[in-house]
Design a protein around this ligand. Structure first.
Ligand code: UDX
Length: 429
């Protein structure tokens, strides 16, 4: 099939590449000419395992191309996917101006029937607005259908999530686009749920908010574990074996972050308010998430007492493992809080140091994770990178002026760490 994807961010670039990988002909459009030039030259602007090779392969095999022209993408394809950013605004609502702008551009370029598919995460009822906008700005009176097709990929696992989705959600208001949408997704062999547009949009916000709720739930349980001497990992394992609950997203941590959960929670709360419901449960999810970070900082300051002029090593800057994304990263938030208290930081991340530099200044960036602890009063683990489990602990113990580790991701076994001579403080254990 001939497909166009507008927007080459995480969702757009991975979606376009995976569509090409299964045999579709894909044009990726981005209004950033520099980005298009980079992609054409075989580079990719983000770190995502497996993506670069897949982009290069599909470009070489002639199924994937890039352009800065929306008109070209609209003209050459029957299905246009919108995958542009929907950033948060100060009041928690979503800035839909990119979606609206792209809808107008598409409308202006349409000369025959098109299916316009929204992949970006948007509040319920956005599809209705997109359809109205296209109708208003379409010069030639051509027919079109608007479809909602939310994306559920996780950064760091984006290619695998896209190639093997749990489900594909297709929201539509006439049956006409359904066969084509099924044909797009046929190679992925996943269950396809066909529903109305509003339900499809809600599925995305409801799913992400539920996952965030799951994390806040276990983080709240971690407080009770600390107060009672229980172990949150044992509790999560026991809970997770109930198939109705499941073990995933029950890892207690210093809080969730990233470009999705915090934003989608705020947006869901906001749209619920606008629709007349005070979603207090989700406000509590946000509150627990902030409290978890405050508790972690307090744990550090309770142990080290005065943080001013203390040297602290920090492992991890990305908002989670397997990514160089530092947007709304709990690790960066933590570093900034420690800096505010006057701590002097030595930091390391396997992939995110370059992007972190823009947000985090006045720290020493250390290339080797095993050198971070040198001369520090304590070491902090802020991101769940699996490679941190291979830290040279003997060396860390000797390098630290005091063998203290604060683990915001529960990577090590507390009993083992104590046996090795560390004062080891983690979450909910
Ligand atoms: C999320 C959703 O999982 C995905 O379906 C959606 O499309 C986009 O939002 P993402 O933001 O890439 O994906 O990351 P995810 O793996 O969900 O992690 C989000 C945050 O929660 C990270 O900061 C992570 O460290 C944290 N987390 C996750 C926990 O603290 N504990 C857990 O058990 C799981």
């Amino acid at each position: 099939m001939k497909l166009t994807i507008i927007g080459t961010g995480y969702v757009g670039l991975v979606t376009g590449t995976c569509f090409a990988e299964v045999g579709h002909h894909v044009i990726c459009v981005d209004n950033n000419a520099e980005k298009v030039a980079m992609l054409k030259a075989g580079g990719i602007p983000i770190y995502e395992p497996g993506l670069e090779e897949l982009v290069q392969k599909n470009v070489a095999e002639g199924r994937l191309s890039f352009t800065a022209s929306t008109a070209e993408g609209v003209e050459k394809s029957d299905i246009i996917f919108i995958a542009v950013p929907t950033p948060p605004q100060a009041d928690g609502s979503v800035d839909l101006s990119f979606i609206e702008g792209v809808a107008r551009e598409i409308a202006g370029a349409m000369t025959s029937y098109k299916i316009i598919v929204d992949k970006s995460t948007v509040p319920v009822k956005t599809g209705e607005k997109v359809a109205e906008t296209i109708k208003r700005y379409c010069k030639a009176k051509v027919e079109f259908d608007v479809v909602s097709n939310p994306e559920f990929l996780r950064e760091g696992f984006a290619v695998q999530d896209l190639m093997k989705p749990d489900r594909v959600v297709v929201g539509e208001r006439s049956q006409r686009p359904v066969p084509a949408m099924k044909q797009v997704y046929e190679p992925f062999k996943a269950p396809i749920i066909v529903t109305d547009i509003n339900s499809a949009e809600l599925i995305k916000h409801a799913a992400n908010s539920f996952l965030a709720l799951k994390i806040s739930y276990i983080n709240a349980v971690s407080i009770i574990c600390e107060a009672s001497g229980a172990n949150v990992q044992e509790v999560a394992n026991g809970m997770g074996m109930d198939a109705r609950i499941g073990r995933q997203f029950l890892d207690a941590s210093l809080g969730f972050g990233g470009s999705c959960f915090p934003k989608d929670l705020s947006a869901f709360i906001k749209i619920s308010d606008q629709l007349g419901y005070n979603f207090a449960l989700l406000k509590e999810v946000q509150r627990i998430n902030s409290f978890q970070m405050e508790r972690f900082v307090k744990k550090i300051s309770d142990t080290l007492w005065v943080l001013k002029d203390k040297k602290i090593g920090v492992l991890g800057l990305a908002f989670k493992q397997n990514t160089d994304d530092v947007r709304t990263s709990p690790a960066i938030d933590l570093c900034q809080r420690l800096q505010k208290e006057g701590a002097i930081l030595r930091v390391h991340d396997p992939k995110a140091m370059e992007k972190a530099r823009a947000l985090l200044q006045g720290v020493t960036y250390v290339a080797d994770m095993n050198e971070v602890a040198q001369g520090c009063d304590a070491l902090v683990i802020a991101t769940e990178w699996p490679v941190f489990k291979k830290l040279d602990l003997d060396r860390a113990r000797k390098d630290l002026t005091h063998p203290i580790i604060f683990d915001g991701r529960n990577l090590f076994d507390p009993a083992e760490m104590e046996r090795l001579g560390f004062i080891y403080k983690s979450i909910g254990r």
